[in-house]
Design a protein. Structure first.
Length: 438
């Protein structure tokens, strides 16, 4: 059973929320983050990537960087840029991209559920990447970026969310990338002023029963769930858990109810999620000529030339689009190489095992500098640009991994290959902050 609890949220005041909200820290490299903060000093990247406040010669992991993040977080609270809600609450967070919305519940998840396997992962993490966020959480004493969790859609939760979304939102803005963000605080039958909670039309929202019942119902719905899944944010989750365990060692009389036993999350029903492909570009053909490479590929794939004007975005599983020397090809895995194994049968695994490793020599895609991963949101033209700009390069357009494939891998206790999924739209950091002291 999952323990997903409400929390006391630190969040932007309504006037500056659109300026504070920032894409996740790991979407940017150092220079990109620095330019973004120079352009918008109120961007939460100033806190999430506090190295933006220092000259380039200051190391990313210098203790001064994390102290600056803590200092800015405190300063923004003192200036009223960030405000603290008095009571523990759930929040509803809706993101709309190209007319398509997904609505999640903002809450805190239990580190014990993570350790016990109720919250399931599908990726390995790297210690060096964990260490940065461990220091950030520990020094700022806060979770500043939510973990993206998924659950199998629940009708009762859907009804509660729909009811809350008829109220006036706390935030409603469209970011520069065109993504609309709306946030609601889960109110009970009466609002904080003592009157009935109002919908955006001025009507009273439906009564759920006794005071507090809406919050209790959300908690109970999650309590009935046996499985919740990390969709995105494995490193943030692992880091939050390790800080929680550190705090337990420092506080041997802990009860398990302290805020450090929980980490900030947004939980979405599986039927609302959009997974885009995670494409690959390899800088050379591993010493082969184009003709030799194509002959090797044809041993395991059916190879068809494809129109460059159309590009080749795969239409189904077991297909891969390949761009080489100004020409698109469609690759289809030959029948003898197909498998029902939940990991080896993934399209990204088939490409790795049948082509990238044996033909192009990419043994470990996590460490090989010859391979680059490109989020599907950048489109096929980005793959063409990267290949056309470097003689001998080749690109692969993938069919997206499904959320059900992700669930199957996690349920089997297995791990996906790196860069198997690309979720859009990205959650914004800075809209919700969980203090480890609250």
């Amino acid at each position: 059973m999952a323990e997903i609890r409400p929390f006391r949220c630190i969040r932007p005041n309504g006037e500056v929320a659109s300026k504070v909200a920032a894409l996740p820290y790991d979407v940017y490299d150092r220079q990109e983050a620095k330019r973004e903060v120079e352009r918008n000093p109120m961007s939460f990247l100033a806190i999430d990537r506090a190295e933006s406040q220092f000259p380039d010669e200051v190391d990313l992991n210098d203790p001064r960087v994390y102290e600056k993040a803590r200092e800015l977080l405190t300063d923004w609270q003192e200036k009223g840029i960030l405000v603290s809600d008095e009571q523990e609450s759930y929040y509803i967070y809706e993101l709309t991209m190209d007319g398509r919305g997904q609505t999640g519940i903002v809450a805190c998840a239990s580190i014990d559920d993570y350790l016990g396997g109720v919250i399931k992962k599908h990726e390995n993490t790297r210690e060096d990447k964990e260490q940065d966020r461990i220091c950030h959480v520990d020094v700022t004493n806060a979770h500043t970026g939510p973990i993206f969790l998924a659950y199998r859609s629940d009708e009762k939760l859907n009804q509660i969310v729909d009811t809350v979304c008829r109220q006036e939102p706390l935030y409603d803005f469209t970011a520069e990338d065109g993504i609309r963000h709306r946030v609601w605080k889960v109110m009970e039958d009466r609002d904080e002023a003592g009157g009935p909670a109002k919908s955006v039309t001025g009507e009273e929202t439906p009564v759920c029963g006794k005071i507090g019942s809406r919050t209790e119902q959300i908690r109970e719905c999650f309590c009935r769930m046996k499985d919740i899944y990390i969709a995105d944010g494995h490193h943030r989750a692992a880091s939050a858990v390790k800080v929680g365990l550190k705090r337990r060692r420092e506080n041997p009389e802990y009860t398990g109810q302290e805020p450090f036993n929980f980490f900030l999350s947004v939980l979405f029903p599986d039927d609302q999620l959009l997974i885009m492909p995670y494409n690959r570009v390899v800088k050379d053909l591993n010493g082969r000529t184009k003709e030799e490479f194509l002959r090797a590929v044809a041993e395991r794939f059916e190879v068809e030339q494809w129109s460059k004007e159309r590009g080749c975005q795969p239409e189904k599983h077991r297909q891969v689009g390949m761009y080489l020397a100004g020409q698109w090809y469609r690759l289809t895995v030959k029948q003898p190489y197909l498998t029902d194994d939940p990991v080896k049968g993934l399209d990204v695994s088939l490409l790795q095992d049948l082509l990238l490793a044996p033909i192009l020599g990419i043994g470990d895609p996590r460490t090989d500098g010859r391979i680059r991963f490109v989020g599907g949101i950048r489109g096929l033209l980005e793959l063409e640009r990267l290949v056309d700009s470097q003689a001998g390069a080749v690109a692969f357009a993938m069919y997206p991994t499904s959320i059900q494939e992700l669930f199957s891998v996690a349920d089997a206790g297995l791990l996906m290959p790196p860069k198997s999924t690309w979720f859009e739209p990205k959650l914004r950091s800075g809209l919700f902050i969980h203090s480890l002291n609250s």
